[in-house]
Write a protein that binds this ligand. Structure first.
Ligand code: NAD
Ligand code: TYD
Length: 347
């Protein structure tokens, strides 16, 4: 297999690339990434010299970039993760989300459709989110059959890309697979998202901005478990099917922030209760979805996938990684990030 992994320099993509490069030495893994603010080639420093790994700096919005990569590496499979991924940025500038997430995905689908006419085995695995299902009330879980009801510009753009992926399956018979995952956490997570932002602010004694009353609920999965789910679905999932990915791990934001504060107090040898004093309730996000929660029964029953670690273990590993990788933090938080941070949260 010659696999084009788009967005491989990002948070989840880098874990997927690392897993595939190490586990499948016979596959050629081509990381295709534009290196936006969220992409960081150093995320893959540990495997960059492996002979089955290749990097291409390219833009999925430029169809010639995509076509060239398909030709140059004889691409037979795609795992598509490249996207604009942050809800707050989508509220501020939805157009870039439509360009990257919708048009970029269409470009990939078009090239795959025209290149894969040889009757051989191909797979186009589209990586999506549970946010396409909208917002849950207090009960219930998102299932693969739940109607799409996206509410943020980010989720609207992902929902649109999902619809195009399904359209290419039904209309052109493109061999697609799709996964819709809950919120991820782990190493190499860009610190605009809740968990890494809170870890770094606690470390630096900065305020912890909790939107609204902190009552919104997210369902958290360790990023390496998401990568293992993608591996499983990519290899064994049925063509034309979607699989929800999640670990039944719902947390109210404020409870999660409290838990992180306690963990950080222990790790930093600070007196109990120190970090909690940094919590500030700030203006809520516009259209803030109340609750996400995934039913991953189909994936578990059909493909025998399960998350490998508990949230407590995963969060402890994650905190350790940020504490041990301050150089990485310095690298990604210099430049544009400061401007973004000050605009969102003040100085
Ligand atoms: P990320 O923002 O960390 O990384 C996105 C990557 O895509 C970056 O490396 C960036 O440089 C690249 N990219 C952006 N625009 C590009 C373009 N035009 N051409 C080529 N590359 C481009 O995102 P992430 O959190 O790793 O998410 C990866 C995928 O998983 C996304 O499709 C996202 O919707 C989906 N997802 C994310 C989560 C989550 O919790 N983070 C959960 C479920 C699904
Ligand atoms: P986020 O990590 O942006 O992921 P998503 O919006 O895709 O779920 O946010 C997770 C939750 O944390 C969400 O309910 C918004 C909230 N949040 C805060 O309260 N404060 C923050 O500074 C951020 C970034 C998020």
């Amino acid at each position: 297999m010659n696999i084009l992994v788009t967005g491989g320099a990002g948070f989840i993509g880098s874990h997927v690339v690392r897993r595939f490069v190490k586990k499948y030495p016979d596959y050629k893994i081509v990381n295709f990434d534009k290196l936006t603010y969220a992409g960081n080639i150093h995320n893959l420093q540990d495997i960059e010299n492996e002979s089955n790994y290749h990097f291409v700096k390219g833009d999925i919005c430029n169809i010639e970039d995509v076509r060239n990569a398909f030709h140059n590496f004889h691409i037979t499979h795609v795992i598509h993760l490249a996207a604009e991924s942050h809800v707050d940025r989508s509220i501020d500038g939805p157009m870039q989300f439509a360009m990257t997430n919708v048009i970029g995905t269409l470009n990939l689908l078009e090239v795959a459709r025209s290149e894969w006419q040889d009757g051989k085995d191909h797979v186009f695995h589209h990586v999506s989110t549970d946010e396409v299902y909208g917002s849950l009330g207090e009960d219930g879980l998102f299932q693969e059959t739940t109607a799409y009801d996206p509410r943020s510009p980010y989720s609207a753009s992902k929902a649109s890309s999902d619809h195009f992926v399904n359209a290419y399956f039904h209309t052109y018979g493109l061999p697609v697979k799709m996964s819709n995952c809950s919120n991820n956490y782990g190493s190499h997570h860009f610190p605009e998202k809740l968990i890494p932002l809170m870890i770094l602010n606690i470390l630096n004694n900065k305020e912890l901005p909790v939107y609204g009353k902190g009552e919104n609920i997210r369902d958290w999965l360790w990023v390496e478990d998401h990568a293992s789910a993608i591996d499983t679905i990519f290899h064994n999932g049925r063509i034309g099917e979607s699989y929800n990915v999640g670990g039944l791990n719902e947390w109210k934001n404020i409870e999660l922030v409290h838990f992180l504060c306690e963990l950080m107090d222990q790790k930093l040898n600070r007196p109990e209760g120190t970090s909690k004093q940094l919590i500030r309730f700030v203006k809520d996000r516009a259209g803030h979805d109340l609750r996400y929660a995934i039913d991953a029964q189909k994936l578990e029953a059909e493909l025998n996938w399960k998350p490998s670690i508990t949230f407590e273990e995963g969060l402890s590993k994650t905190v350790d990684w940020y504490l041990e990788n301050q150089e990485w933090v310095k690298n990604v938080t210099s430049g544009e990030y400061q401007e973004y941070y000050e605009k969102m949260y003040g100085k």
